[in-house]
Ligand binder design. Structure first.
Ligand code: AMP
Length: 200
């Protein structure tokens, strides 16, 4: 199964991706985690990405597309994967579609975690202020504001993009973690049944 989790920073994509990974036995591919590892190891990609990430801006499309393209070629991705934090632009979405089609593969679904962005921003800003020191370099109030505005400008258009190609499934991400997981399980199985009906 090939899935994308879509939603603003702090919506719970990472948490739900990990749960899906355990349930379906397929890897979670977080471009944020991969880029943070590159920064830690001071690789050429890491050196390029460090300041961009600290500001909460997007790393250039060609850099992340290359990272994902290399990663999905690996053996453990053969049965599928959960993309968390990628694609973040329409250009990345198109590159992903081209990559998959080249291998005769397709996406199963894009799960949008719908959240109240106001409440989310407040929650994360309070956390950044109260912790004194940021948990992540980009968890400062300024970087977070920027990450949200980057999301609205560059990533939110993907919601329409995936709705138009009939791949979008939306869940209420403001619920408790367990309830969000239950909703995801339900809509995925409904989508699967629908596919079987359409094929039969
Ligand atoms: P995340 O952990 O997904 O919130 O990502 C942290 C940061 O990594 C983002 O704010 C971006 O700077 C960078 N990043 C992660 N994924 C992407 C992507 N698909 N495209 C561009 N930049 C990304």
């Amino acid at each position: 199964m090939r899935l994308i989790l879509l939603g603003p920073p702090g919506a719970g994509k990472g948490t739900q991706a990990k749960r899906l990974m355990e349930e379906h036995g397929i890897p979670q591919l977080s471009t944020g985690d991969m880029l943070r590892a590159a920064v830690r190891h001071e690789t050429p990609v890491g050196l390029k990405a460090k300041d961009i990430m600290a500001r909460g801006d997007l790393v250039p499309d060609d850099v992340v597309v290359q990272i994902v393209s290399d990663r999905i070629e690996e053996e453990d991705c053969r049965p599928g994967f959960i993309l968390d934090g990628f694609p973040r632009t329409v250009a990345q979405a198109e590159a992903l579609e081209a990559m998959l089609h080249e291998h005769g593969k397709d996406l199963d679904a894009v799960i949008e975690l719908q959240v109240d962005e106001e409440a989310l921003a407040e929650r994360v800003e309070t956390r950044a202020r109260e912790s004194g020191e940021a948990v992540r370099e980009d968890d400062t109030v300024e970087a977070l504001k920027n990450r949200l505005s980057v999301y609205r400008a560059q990533t939110a258009p993907l919601i329409d993009h995936y709705a138009q190609i009939g791949k979008l499934l939306t869940v209420d991400g403001m619920q408790e973690i367990e309830a969000v997981s239950a909703d995801i399980r339900r809509i995925l199985s409904e989508a699967q049944n629908e596919k079987v009906r359409a094929a039969g």
